[in-house]
Write a protein that binds this ligand. Structure first.
Ligand SMILES: Cc1cc2nc3c(=O)[nH]c(=O)nc-3n(C[C@H](O)[C@H](O)[C@H](O)COP(=O)(O)OP(=O)(O)OC[C@H]3O[C@@H](n4cnc5c(N)ncnc54)[C@H](O)[C@@H]3O)c2cc1C
Length: 345
């Protein structure tokens, strides 16, 4: 039987990882990517959980380390002027700018013989052989909370932990060190009522309120304005593969609250799950619907628990009393800290 080529819509982490995995199996793959690389994206740039093992299994970890990834070993949380002690992360995480990461993956895909169509937006239907990896999708404003994500790199900022999570009245801002002199500043905010004028206010949103530890941290630094980006109006409600008619991976399938630092890992994991069934479809061993059923079942099973816990833990983090209690309990109990970490991975 002749080989059936595969088309992947979206050249973000999920799409490129699947593309690389399929090229390693000799499958003919085209990736359509609406944007061009290198470019900045809204992301905490903190890869935690199983993502690292997958990068290792697919032979991509060295590539990522060569692109400048650093290990993050500890974390702290703050609320207003209160900071928890620095705690070791149960597993070291990787920090790398998406500017470097996505670019490195796209180059690796091309090196392996993949057809990368940058600057091309897919507008057709999803038939057999076409995989949806197009990332987070906007939802109607009246369905659930309205989220705003902002990110900018900053230079000249000193951190006390490799990862710092600062709670602010409308959400949280994560700081993570990318290089000796560069820190990623990324916030998720839950908006009620009028939308802010971002062009005038994004720096204030990311700096946090007066008197907060976050404000103090960023007071000595300067934002790299070219790295600023924003995203809004997406849903953090867990979804299952069986809800869709096409094969979906990464954020196109489901999102997990960013605080867990697990979205990138889930993009790598869902891509890895899809490699074998899609390669078998490509060489005619199974049909598309069978491949979809396998991918849906495995991803739903793999992600169910962390999505459930992400959904439970996220809403209280937007209210001052529960988040203060959770923060202080987790900072005093190693058991709880490790438990919360493992439940969301
Ligand atoms: C505020 C915030 C902070 C976050 N912080 C972290 C963190 O610290 N750690 C972590 O692990 N995760 C984090 N995440 C989540 C993480 O960014 C995502 O889970 C991850 O990027 C998902 O990868 P993806 O490939 O599915 O989607 P994306 O990386 O979004 O890629 C999708 C691609 O599809 C392209 N595309 C869309 N439509 C089309 C089309 N029609 N045709 C062609 N191309 C198309 C887009 O241009 C895009 O490049 C964060 C998310 C937010 C919102």
């Amino acid at each position: 039987m002749t080989e059936r080529p595969i088309t992947i819509i979206g050249g973000g982490l999920a799409g490129l990882t699947l593309g690389i995995g399929l090229r390693q199996r000799g499958v003919a793959v085209t990736v359509w990517e609406a944007g061009t690389y290198p470019r900045h994206r809204v992301c905490g740039e903190f890869i935690s959980g199983r993502g690292r093992e997958i990068l290792e299994r697919l032979g991509m970890l060295d590539l990522i380390l060569q692109s400048g990834a650093r290990f993050a070993k500890d974390a702290l949380f703050t609320l207003g002027d209160f900071a928890t002690p620095v705690k070791p992360l149960p597993q070291p995480a990787l920090c790398l700018s998406r500017y470097a990461l996505d670019h490195a993956l796209s180059q690796e895909f091309v090196r392996l013989g993949g057809d990368f169509r940058a600057g091309k937006r897919w507008r057709e239907d999803f038939q057999e052989g076409v995989v949806a990896a197009f990332g987070r999708q906007p939802v109607q404003e009246n369905r659930g909370p309205y989220y705003l994500g902002l990110k900018s790199h900053a230079v000249g900022v000193s951190l006390e932990a490799d990862l710092e999570m600062h709670f602010v009245p409308e959400g949280y801002v994560g700081l993570c060190r990318l290089t000796e002199d560069r820190v990623n500043v990324c916030g998720l905010f839950q908006l009620v009522g009028k939308k802010p004028d971002l062009s005038a206010q994004w720096r204030d949103w990311l700096r946090g309120p007066d008197g907060s530890v976050l404000r103090t941290r960023l007071s000595s630094g300067e934002f790299d304005e070219d790295s600023f980006c924003a995203t809004a109006g997406f849903s953090l409600k867990p979804k299952r593969g069986t809800e869709y008619s096409e094969i979906r991976i990464g954020d196109a399938l489901t999102m997990i609250p960013p605080l867990t630092g697990n979205g990138m890992s889930m993009a790598f994991e869902s891509a890895e799950i899809a490699i074998d069934p899609i390669a078998r479809f490509s060489c005619g061993e199974i049909e598309w619907l069978e491949a979809k059923r396998e991918i849906d079942e495995r991803s739903d099973r793999l992600f169910a628990r962390r999505l459930r816990w992400g959904k439970r833990l996220h809403p209280p983090l937007f209210h001052s009393i529960p988040r203060r209690s959770l923060m202080s309990l987790a900072s005093h109990s190693d058991w709880l800290w490790k438990k919360l970490y493992s439940l969301t991975r």
